[in-house]
Write a protein that binds this ligand. Sequence first.
Ligand SMILES: [Mn+2]
Length: 482
Amino acid sequence: VWGMIQIDNLEELTKGLSDREYTSVWADINNIIMDEIDHYEGFIRNFQDDMYTFAISRGALHEMEENGFKVLERIRKLPSPRQVPATISVGISENVGTVKEVSSRARAALDIALGRGGDQVCIMDGESTRFFGGNTAGVEKNTRVRARVVSQALHELMLDSDKILVMGHKREDYDALGGIIGVVAIARTLGKELRIVLSKETSAIDKMVTVLKEDEFWKEHIITVDAAKAWVDANTLTIVCDTHRQEMVAAQEALEISERRIVIDHHRRAADFVENPLLTYLEPTASSTSELVTELVQYAGGGVKLSKAEATGIYAGIVLDTKNFVQQTGARTFEAAAFLRRAGADIEKVKQLFIETFDSVQLRAKMVFEASRTEGIAISVAPEGLKDMMALAAQSADMLISNEDIEAAFVLYSLNDGGIGVSARSKGKVNVQVVMEALGGGGHRTVAGAQLQGMTIEEAKKAILEHALEALHSAEKEEEEQ
Ligand SMILES: [Mn+2]
């Protein structure tokens, strides 16, 4: 049985300490580790400040497991000068062929233990992967070390799988898709059966999906939620991007069938979490899942190739979540963007994606948010200075009218000739045709419009509201009389 031990947080433990204090902290930890292996009559060697390799008998491993790896707790309970508990991670491998293989598996097991947040033991015996410990909240480190470790752990877990299913959250956005693309690019090199499941509950990513599907690979490997449920089995490795909430994933049933799950996300930890993941890469300091997977792709090595379309798709994820590099953007965000750009990310294409998606969604949301409501009448005004707002104003009116308490909705926008355009919608009770006709426009009972000249926005709003309330009241009166 071969093993590796790493002290998880020697740097944090000893930051700012004198040499003498450093040595004393290190010696305390070292003694416990050495005693533990001695106790089981094993061989151990310390080969870096924080790294050990050891060999023990099968019987010893068995006993350690029976005892629940008390060594973790003994380390954690050491007095610590900086109030951070010391923790260690242990990777153990047995039964996997040559000494070379067994030692490299031990390294992989250690990476998985670290990837899960450290302070735990991971045992890989060629058939199963078992864990002990992991009781402290993992310290999220703002360094690339973790990206490298996670990349290796991800690689190992993929290698261990026959089938890999990749998904994002329900109603995928560009960041979820960017995460999916990165993971798929890594998985694809390993020759495993691979599927991507999309929820199809949104059209927000359609444009990018269409571009991806120009490539045979993407065309053939995207499946529906139902197909995913039928495809997965307990052994399938399921990788979730851009959410960690079980309720939010694109294909929840498929996720629950598979017992081997990985989460890659940048949102703050919620109470609801994908059940019992093998590996969690949760980095709330990162701008986006797309940024995280870009680093994973970089660490995965030269074999992983991104097509131009794929690099563009991941880049779009970063652009979305950083609102074009102004929000939550760190040095690593730009480094990831630079890597994607070198890989052929097409910035013009990304711009095109957002002209019809991000910008318009935001503008629509703004118009809905800023709507005022008087009884059942909603009125909103498109942001000033923007041209060609007719379609967006109409969509905003559609969104407003789809609310329960709104009977009629009006969205005003600037016309290129200086006039005011009005987009009107009704559920049917209020006849917006009559309202618009009173102002020189026209249309139907539920969909109408007008173009107003020689009025200010305020005057127009006032006039519309008056007519609309009149129409609403007369409709209500009619209802009462019936
Ligand atoms: Mn995101």
